[in-house]
Design a protein around this ligand. Structure first.
Ligand code: SF4
Ligand code: SF4
Length: 185
């Protein structure tokens, strides 16, 4: 398993912050059939956990299926050495919302590290196997969600391995749509 500097209690706090802030004030899964939880063939999604994120999960919990991938066999940063947990869920009807992984919580935003090291939140622009209406329309996301995403990723990238993968992904992006942090009142 990959070493992580993020404590279990910190991951719990990060999960809690995202629990309290949804991207939009309605169930956006109803406008797209929960596209980000399904592949084209209607199969459920598989998700990599971040280093240490497994600390907040119980592998015996049957709503997720676990497998372990060797980091060196996949497109992970050089410093990633060891097993990376890959989990598959059983779709929205079985989702344990308070335990959904960070990849599910941060979407449709993702972190981006600018060349000077500044963290920005951007719309996810991966070559996704589905269309997210929030991204396609660059829908205005809730301020609470944007703020929670900044706050959480600022903590997450203090872990060198997480910073590495955010930096690696950022370097592969050519054009990004940046979502500024809302001003505080
Ligand atoms: S985040 Fe996008 S793809 Fe996912 S449920 Fe909402 S609108 Fe659909
Ligand atoms: S864990 Fe939940 S939110 Fe994440 S892909 Fe599965 S059903 Fe969707």
């Amino acid at each position: 398993m990959l070493k992580s500097t993020i404590l279990k209690s910190t991951y719990e706090e990060i999960y809690r912050r995202w629990d309290e802030a949804t991207p939009v004030p309605f169930d956006c899964g109803r406008i797209c059939g929960a596209a980000c939880c399904m592949t084209d063939g209607g199969q459920t999604m598989g998700i990599y956990l971040l280093p240490g994120e497994e600390k907040v999960h119980d592998k015996k919990d049957p709503w997720l299926t676990w497998s372990m991938d060797e980091a060196q066999d996949y497109d992970f940063p050089e410093a990633w050495r060891g097993k990376v947990p890959f989990v598959s869920c059983r779709g929205p009807a079985h989702c344990k919302r308070d335990k959904r992984p960070i990849q599910c919580r941060t979407f449709p935003l993702r972190p981006y590290l600018a060349q000077d090291g500044t963290l920005l939140m951007i719309y996810d622009q991966d070559d996704l196997p589905y269309a997210c209406p929030l991204i396609e329309n660059e829908t205005q996301l809730s301020e609470d969600f944007i703020r929670a995403s900044y706050d959480n990723w600022e903590i997450l990238i203090t872990d060198p391995l997480i910073r590495d993968i955010v930096r690696m992904d950022s370097q592969q992006m050519i054009e990004v749509t940046w979502v500024p942090r809302p001003q505080t009142d």
